[in-house]
Design a protein around this ligand. Structure first.
Ligand code: 2F8
Ligand code: CA
Length: 136
């Protein structure tokens, strides 16, 4: 299989990283326009791969539908998250989108580094993940 030009491959998925700032919803639209979606982190290995990219980014996880029930963009309910200690805290009652800060802030070190944030803030970059295009 192959990934499109400028996309990175990890195992069976292709990842597109952009440096623009966008809100969670804008980021998702950007991904969907590319037949992808915000990243769903399915394994520890995938989280570790994303950590090597060392930035702050939106992930495809939100509790907009029902406060406290975190769902991936494919509709699955989150089983076990990698939240930072004390998160998600729904600060100011307005934090319904999840971001990963692993490898970015020193105080978000280790692998427990997700934080819920207002969906309206603009994060610097986010990975889109698409299933790898395979050629038979
Ligand atoms: O201390 C954690 C806390 O830090 C900030 O609030 C003060 C974050 N807020 C924003 O990013 C807007 C919270 O999400 C975070 O929980
Ligand atoms: Ca928070």
């Amino acid at each position: 299989g192959t990934c499109p030009q400028d996309w990175m491959r990890f195992r069976c998925n292709c990842y597109y990283i952009s440096s623009e700032h966008k809100t969670w919803t804008e980021s998702q639209q950007y991904c969907r326009d590319r037949e992808a979606d915000l990243v769903i982190i399915e394994t520890r290995q995938e989280q570790e791969f994303l950590n090597t990219l060392s930035g702050t980014f939106w992930i495809g996880l939100t509790d907009t539908e029902k406060e406290g029930t975190w769902k991936w963009v494919d509709g699955h309910t989150l089983q076990s998250g990698s939240w930072r200690k004390g998160e998600p805290n729904n600060a100011q009652g307005d934090e319904n989108c999840a971001a990963s800060y692993c490898g970015f802030h020193h105080h978000y070190s280790g692998s427990q580094c997700w934080n819920d944030q207002p969906c309206s803030i603009k994060l610097s970059w986010r990975p889109c993940r698409a299933t790898m295009v395979s050629h038979v």
